[in-house]
Design a protein around this ligand. Sequence first.
Ligand code: PLP
Length: 428
Amino acid sequence: MTRRYGFDTLQIHAGARPDPATGARQVPIYQTTAYVFRDADHAAALFNLQEVGYIYSRLTNPTVSALAERIATLEGGAGGVCCSSGHAAQIMALFPLMGPGRNVVVSTRLYGGTVTQFSHTIRRFGWSAKFVDFDDLGALEAAVDDDTRAIFCESIANPGGYITDLPAVAKLADRLGLPLIVDNTSATPYLCRPIEHGATLVVHSTTKYLTGNGTVTGGAIVDSGKFDWSASGKFPSLSDPEPAYHGLKFHETFGALAFTFHSIAVGLRDLGMTMNPQAAHYTLLGIETLSLRMQRHVANAVKVAEWLEKDPRIARVTYAGLKSSPYHERVATVCPKGAGALFTFALKGGYEACVKLVNALELFSHVANLGDTRSLVIHSASTTHRQLTEEQQRAAGADPDVVRVSIGLEDPDDIIADLDQALTKASA
Ligand code: PLP
C-alpha cells in the first residue's frame, strides 16, 4: 500500500510491527543485554557495520529502536536515536559536531538546566556556547565565527511562552553552512515540525509530553538527513575516516543516515547514555495518544491563560496562544495547531506572592517537570532556573515574579478554580 499515513495513524503504528517471534501486537519489552550471533562471520559483519543488527543493548535494543523509528517518523526525519534523558540527547547531538575550541551559538531562551549545561558543563569538553537573543538575527550572525559548529534553540521555549522564528533562523543557518538543532520538547511533533522549517537535528526530552504522564526519563535525537556533512570540512567525525572502524567514513558510507549511525556506533558505544527498554515501552505507549493529548493540553491552556489574563491579581501572562502575545503571529507559521501548554504568569504581589501561590495550590502539583497529564506548577527563578544570574533568568523568561505552569488534561474549570482559590490566598 502506497498511502502516506496521517499523524494519528503514525503515532500508533510507526516503528511497530507484530513481533516476528510471537506475533505480539504491542511492542514487547526486549529485556536483554545481548543477542546471540548466528556464527562468527555474522558477529564480525555486525562489528564492522557491514550488516545492521543487534549486538549489545548499550548500542541498540528492539524496543528502543521501535521508539526511535516512531519519533523520527513523526518528526519527518531520516533516522533517530534514543538516549537516557533530554540532557543526554543534547550532548549526543553536539558530540559528532564539536571538538575542543569549538562553539555552539544558542538562544538565551532555553530551559534553565540547558543554560547551565551549556554555560558550564560543556566547557569540561573544551566546547563553549555563545548566548544570543534569537529575535536579533544580526546578533545571531555576528556571534558565529570560524569555530562555530551548530546553532541551537527551542521551538516553544521553556518557560516563557516564546516561539522561535524557526524559518528565519533556519534560513540563516543554511546560509552560514551550519546545522540548526531544535529542542522540540515543549511543542512535540504534533504542534511543530522543525525539520519542515529547515532544522537539521531535532532533540527531545521524551520525559515530557511524548511519554505524557511523568513516568520515565528519556531523550531522542532525530536527523533530517539533509545536511551535507562533507561540504565544509568542519565535521570530520562524520566526513573523515573513523580510526575505530578501520577508516570508515560515515557520511560517504551511510549518506542521510550518517548522523544516526555515528550516534549509535560511536556516541552510544562510548558515551553510553543509553535508553532502557522499559522506558522506551512507556514512551511508545504514551505517543499512541500524543495528538489527542496535545489537542486537549492546548484547549485547556488557552482557556486558563485567557482567564488569568483578565484577573486583576495577575500582572501579565506570557502564553503565545493569547492574541495579546508578541509571538502570537508566529504560532500560525511555527506551530499552527497551538502554542503548547507551558507558560508563565506574573503576580502583582511579586516574588512573595509567587511562593504563596505555589504553596496554596491543591490540584496543581509543585514539581520540577512539565508535560504531564496533571497540571504542574513551579517558581522557575527559585528552582529550575536557580543556577542562572538574574539577567539570565529574565532573558530566559524566568523573572523572579513569575510562576510557570504546565497545564494538564483535567477539567479546565477545576484548574481555574484551583488557581482562583490559591490567588486569593497569595494576594491576601
Ligand atoms: N529540554 C527542555 C525544553 C526541558 O524542559 C528539559 C527538562 O525539563 C530538558 C530539555 C532536559 O530533559 P531531561 O530532564 O529529560 O534530561
